[in-house]
Design a protein. Structure first.
Length: 292
């Protein structure tokens, strides 16, 4: 284990992690082999978060193989993504790739992993799911990781929006971060014009649109049906008669989602079955207040 420059600070970080665990008890699911990659073992922990509503929870997944860890990584997913394994081969799953090379990986489920039912209608509780709230959630998760791994300094990785959170968390506990692994992520840009935060918050409150829905106009159930069919058998019958297979239907949808090839290039680069398996497991909602 690499030591911090200041032993006192190292002790403070570990003590802080223990205090956080005491304030918000974690419940654990015993370690078990990962289906489809049995040499990798998964453990899960879950805890509640303030203000203590029905969906105010976070979950941490640990992926590791037998033997001592060479390093410990806390992974922060992107928008609507989570820490649950969707693809189980190391060519398409960074956590499995790293675990097999001696890295102990902890992947976070944000609070968005919990309100997934199509029956959730009142999303006003997401007004409390600010950047600050999620960054504190990450601090709490990091405390668990330090406690379980015995490491005072963690590598922190973020993908897309998770990259933003990696920077934010590193700013809170810089001496507890061994390094950042930033994947396809943004950094703060210069504002071309003054940003009136109060006015934008007023618009959000007036609209009552507290969350974005990853399913868009398609609807959650239809999205799940379409992606589930392509994930199971892309050569199966399409749900839209103008396509020959469901794989072709999903491929066309994804290729054009953000402009030709902007989201993913399913025309020659990305296997539609793989991306369908990934997308079907996404969280449904994401708090709009974080965009403000």
């Amino acid at each position: 284990m690499r030591a911090l420059r200041s032993p006192a600070l190292a002790f403070a970080l570990v003590a802080s992690a223990s205090a956080s665990a005491a304030d918000a008890p974690w419940t654990a699911v015993a370690e078990a082999p990962l289906a489809g990659a049995a040499d990798v073992r998964e453990t899960r922990w879950e805890t509640s978060r303030p203000p203590g509503g029905a969906y105010d929870h976070i979950r941490v997944h640990r992926y590791r193989t037998a033997g001592p860890a060479k390093a410990v990584l806390l992974y922060l997913p992107g928008t609507n993504m989570n820490g649950q394994v969707a693809l189980r081969d190391e060519d398409h799953n960074l956590w499995i790739f790293l675990a097999r090379r001696g890295v102990e990986v902890y992947a976070l489920d944000y609070r968005t992993a919990f309100p997934i039912s199509s029956g959730v209608n009142d999303l006003g509780f997401m007004a409390e799911w600010t950047v600050d709230a999620f960054t504190e959630d990450i601090r709490t998760a990091a405390g668990l990781v330090r406690k379980e791994s015995g490491r005072a300094k963690l590598f922190v990785s973020g993908f897309s929006r998770g990259a933003f959170f990696a920077y934010a968390y590193a700013g809170l506990e810089p001496e507890g971060v061994a390094g950042l692994v930033i994947l396809d992520g943004p950094f703060k840009n210069h504002a071309a014009a003054a940003f009136d935060r109060a006015a934008e918050m007023g618009k959000l409150k007036a609209s009552g649109a507290w969350a974005s829905d990853v399913s868009g106009p398609m609807g959650w159930d239809n999205r799940a049906k379409l992606l589930g069919a392509a994930a199971a058998n892309p050569a199966g019958a399409a749900l839209d008669a103008k396509f020959s297979t469901v794989g072709d239907q999903v491929s066309d949808l994804l290729y054009n989602a953000w402009g030709p090839g902007g989201l993913t290039n399913t025309r020659g680069q990305t296997k539609v079955q793989n991306v369908s398996r990934l997308l079907v497991g996404y969280d449904r909602w994401y708090p709009a207040i974080q965009n403000v």
